[in-house]
Ligand binder design. Structure first.
Ligand code: ASP
Length: 418
């Protein structure tokens, strides 16, 4: 199947999955066969297998592709520059995202007059967030195999970078191994292609299951909160990134958005930036024209530390909870929210639901009750899907902009229509 056909098929699968799930939810969920056999078994099995397939690719792909990318750079100073640019971009866009979210939330004021007693809320127990010192120490793996086995992204990135640098320093031996890694990389890309062939079925089942189980009733009482988060996500996705892309790289932003649709669908249906890494890397290299030396570094890094969509949810949630509990936040509090949500986004793992856990850290900083999270858990799955799509778009936008500035972007591939 040609690539553009595959993207269209995946988008259609998502649409049909949502429609079927919605219909099942409204009319058929009290039928045993539908609920237990179809939704909780058939859809679940296919969906989970698909997520496993994606996750299966992540560790070998990140390792191999990052080693190739670092070895190809051949110059440690370039790596430092790349890392510096990525950090500035990632932190900057996250701060921008949360500022936008706070602005909208203050304007629309969701949660004012909200009757929390009348809402079915769930108990929320906050987990302890790791300290900053622990987070920094954990960047360096004491056992790279363990880091791989546990899928810990940042230590894996650090090990892969060092391995790639060592290849450059190892002369002839390094050259031989670099060649092998390039071959492995080709093979991994083929593996991504194989998994993508199963994507329509996987996406369909994941989306159908979520919509069948979720329903829209949970949204109604929280419509204000839900809409403000959704609005901020959309603005950030279709205005902020295109604007940055245009002004910082001069590239046509619509081409970028069009070519990101497939990746966004993966992020939306899996709600996991990590599981989307393979597809995002492949898309950046094959369709956006980014060189492997940049994409292999910035995308896994972004999937781990760059969560603009998550920061948006946290900003709106903070204002919402403050309104519900009738707490007045000062300008200083909002600055604290911007700072902590940016840091929380760095510490949020690219897996479903973690953004909500990290929200506890933000609420704590401004003295808001952490139990407030219980009010919004009900709609979080759907918002998680949406914010993950924004998260991965941010990683790809940074990748394109940085690649362009490094002369590592093939304009012909970028502009090639499909
Ligand atoms: N699911 C999000 C991601 O993987 C993280 C979150 O906000 O919970 O990017």
């Amino acid at each position: 199947m040609k690539k553009d056909n595959l993207t269209t098929t995946i988008l259609l699968a998502m649409l049909f999955g949502a429609i079927l799930g919605g219909v099942l939810n409204v009319f058929f969920m009290d039928i045993y066969f539908v609920k237990e056999i179809l939704v909780n078994n058939a859809f679940d099995v296919v969906g989970q297998i698909f997520i496993n397939l994606l996750k299966m690719l992540v560790v070998p792909l990140v390792f191999i592709s990052l080693v190739c990318g670092t070895a190809a750079l051949g110059d440690i100073s370039k790596l430092g520059r790349l890392g510096g640019k990525a950090l500035v971009f990632y932190l900057g866009t996250t701060a921008l995202a949360i500022t936008l979210a706070l602005g909208l939330a203050l304007l629309i004021a969701p949660g004012e007059g909200f009757n929390k007693e009348a809402t079915v809320s769930q108990e929320f127990v906050a987990k302890e967030a790791p300290s900053i010192a622990e987070t920094i120490i954990a960047l360096v793996p004491n056992n790279p195999i363990e880091a791989m086995a546990q899928g810990q992204m940042l230590p894996l990135i650090v090990f892969s970078l060092l391995f790639g640098i060592a290849i450059v320093m190892a002369g002839e031996a390094g050259k031989r191994i670099e060649q092998q890694f390039n071959d492995y990389n080709e093979i991994m890309m083929q593996l991504v292609v194989i998994v993508m062939k199963l994507a329509p079925a996987g996406v369909f089942c994941l989306i159908a299951k979520t919509f069948a189980l979720q329903g829209f009733d949970v949204i109604k009482p929280l419509l204000g909160y839900f809409s403000v988060v959704a609005l901020a996500l959309i603005i950030h996705g279709v205005v902020s990134y295109p604007f940055l892309l245009k002004t910082l790289s001069g590239l046509n932003p619509w081409t970028f958005l069009k070519k990101m649709r497939g990746v966004q669908t993966f992020a939306f249906s899996t709600a996991s930036s990590n599981a989307t890494i393979p597809v995002n890397i492949e898309n950046a290299e094959k369709r956006l024209g980014v060189d492997n030396s940049v994409a292999s570094f910035t995308i896994p890094l972004g999937a781990t530390i760059n969560m603009d969509g998550t920061a948006i949810m946290q900003g709106v949630a903070t204002v919402f909870i403050a309104n519900v509990y009738m707490v007045d936040l000062t300008t200083g509090d909002y600055l604290v929210v911007i700072l902590t949500a940016t840091l929380a986004s760095v510490g949020t793992a690219g897996v479903p639901g973690v953004g909500l856990i990290m929200l506890a850290m933000v609420l704590n900083q401004v003295g808001l009750p952490v139990e407030g999270i219980g009010l919004i858990i009900g709609v979080d799955r759907l918002l998680d899907m949406m914010r993950t799509a924004v998260n991965v778009t941010g990683d790809a936008a940074a990748t394109v902009i940085i690649a362009k500035s490094e002369g590592a972007l093939d304009r012909e591939i970028y502009e090639k229509s499909e």
